[in-house]
Design a protein around this ligand. Sequence first.
Ligand SMILES: [Zn+2]
Length: 112
Amino acid sequence: MATKLQCSESIYDSYTMRFHRCSRSGSIERDGKHYCKRHDPVAIAEKRKAKKEKDDQKWNANCAKWRLDGAAPKLLAACKSAASLLRRLGGTNHDPEYTELLEAIAEAEGKK
Ligand SMILES: [Zn+2]
């Protein structure tokens, strides 16, 4: 008769302020120790890695947004200069690029 192996993980109980052994079945063996699915160190490492990658992506997206936010005043000023130049060169509301530029400026200034 095979004996049922218990998970090796120690769990801290904040109510009793003591550690106790996980009561689940240790169906996964890692380096001679048995773990339940919840405490499998390999699965935990994979979950942490996936979370870190997701957090890194979010951080990088935020950095890009903050960079763009920081550059926005200069970009708006540059767009206004470009619109002024295009107007002097004969740009009209029939030119899609000129219209697009004017719309972007209006949106940035909250006039749209
Ligand atoms: Zn466990």
